[in-house]
Design a protein around this ligand. Structure first.
Ligand code: AMP
Ligand code: GLY
Length: 428
């Protein structure tokens, strides 16, 4: 199979690394790719936003299967255009991508299907929204309806912060994404991410993970795309997984099929594990970044076979096998991220990958044999271990060998799981 993978992040390097191991693969291209994907595939200089160029290139180069990584091309409907050209594609349709593209759409589906989620109201103007939060009280959560690079959500602990967020949204801080605002009740509990493949009708649960969204140690500082992750999430027991499948995932897949917009792709559920059980915080219509990096290191099965079965309605009877170890990834980011940062800074030679430590690249590029930074999140040092603590020790040892004065990273990825592991040992 000749495969074209769309994207340029750490998620795409991890997907490319795993796809490259498939016996079904004859050739792998990544567009536009990064300084890591070029080690396992051929990078192609295409702009994923230029759908005509992507489809034209895929046809001209005999591509059999396109895999779309990031949210923007999913929500913009690149998958529909690839399929219209007669090429199989791993991506939800534009209509099904609404599960990520519009928080209001997802809340309405939850209402319709009785899916547990925070109570909410949707507003198209500031005044009634302000009146609602004053009546409802804090803490309360304000969300721009559309994609906002992970920055459209404000968890307001006071009414003043809620009012500020509402004025920001309707004042144009998120462009068209903020023209409509969802206001929902604050949920208390531990968060977990859950990834499920769906072929429109059948589902295949993949794995659980937890990520760290804040920039600095102790879960402090501004929100980022994710500074690290680990899998599995120890808090997600088999019972909670079964409950999430029955109460959240399966009704979503049934509801989308009943609407005539079946969901085909990976469904990434952001969950809050509350005292009343798992509740849906949000859906993403793609793999997580950096969660994919830990998932791919743990996956034993052929990723290409799984993604192709998902895209072609052939998931029934498929299974995904996982290594027994835990995996953890720490993100090395450019100093200043998620604010302003320099690009083009020099990265020293990286320690070689081993069977249980792989460095996935995000914002990197190669120039005259040198490796340079090219984005905010730059490297994902990813390791396996008998426990999350072991995996972290192995990742830390690799990080210590990386010479990059312009970078920073968190030192406490996985702290919740490591604490849980320590307490479990003390209990024995
Ligand atoms: P989202 O972009 O919807 O994932 O929201 C970003 C983050 O805001 C989530 O990962 C949660 O930490 C937090 N959050 C979102 N909705 C709620 C809620 N209803 N209650 C508490 N925290 C929330
Ligand atoms: N790590 C969060 C995300 O991919 O949205």
């Amino acid at each position: 199979m000749r495969v074209l993978l769309i994207g340029a992040g750490g998620r795409e390097h991890a997907l490319a690394w795993k796809l490259a191991q498939s016996p079904l693969l004859t050739k792998l291209y990544v567009a536009p790719g990064n300084g890591g994907t070029s080690l396992v595939a051929e990078n192609v200089a295409l702009d994923p936003a230029d759908h005509g160029a992507v489809v034209g290139w895929a046809r001209a180069n005999g591509i059999d299967f396109v895999v779309i990584g990031p949210d923007a091309p999913v929500v913009a409907g690149l998958g529909d255009e690839v399929r219209a050209a007669g090429i199989a594609c791993f991506s939800p349709s534009k209509a099904a991508g609404q599960l990520e593209g519009s928080k209001g759409f997802t809340k309405a589906l939850c209402d319709e299907m009785g899916i547990p989620t925070a109570a909410y109201r949707r507003f198209d103007a500031a005044e009634p929204a302000l009146a609602y939060v004053r009546e409802r009280g804090a803490p309360i959560v304000i969300k721009a309806d559309g994609l906002a690079l992970g920055k459209g959500v404000t968890v307001a602990m006071h009414i003043a912060a809620a009012e500020h967020a509402i004025r920001d949204c309707f004042g144009g801080a998120f462009g068209a994404s903020g023209a409509s605002v969802v206001i929902e009740d604050f949920l208390e509990g531990e968060e977990a991410s859950f990834f499920v493949l769906c072929d429109g009708e059948h589902t295949l649960p993949l794995a659980t993970a937890q990520d760290h969204k804040r920039a600095f140690d102790g879960d402090n500082g501004p929100n980022t795309g994710g500074m690290g992750a680990y899998s599995p999430a120890p808090v997600m027991t088999d019972e909670l997984i079964a409950q999430t499948m029955a109460e959240i995932i399966e009704p979503t897949v049934r509801g989308m099929a009943a609407r005539g917009t079946p969901y085909q792709g990976v469904l990434y559920a952001g969950l809050m594990l509350t005292r009343e059980g798992p509740k849906l915080i949000e859906y993403n219509a793609r793999f997580g970044d950096p969660e994919t990096q830990v998932l791919m290191l743990r996956l034993d099965s052929d990723l290409l076979a799984l993604l192709h079965a998902t895209a072609t309605g052939a998931l029934a009877g498929m299974e995904a096998r996982w290594r027994p170890e835990a995996a953890l990834t720490t993100v090395l980011a450019s100093k200043g991220y998620p604010g302003d940062y320099r690009k083009g800074t020099l990265l020293g030679p990286l320690p070689p990958d081993t069977a249980d430590m792989v460095i996935f690249h995000a914002g990197t590029r190669r120039e005259d044999g040198r490796l340079l930074s090219a984005g905010g999140r730059v490297l994902n040092v990813t390791a396996l271990g008998a426990s999350v603590a072991d995996a972290k020790e192995r990742a830390d040892a690799a990080i210590a060998e990386i010479d990059w004065p312009e970078g920073f990273h968190r030192h406490d990825i996985g702290w919740r799981a490591i604490l849980r592991e320590r307490n479990a040992r003390l209990d024995r």
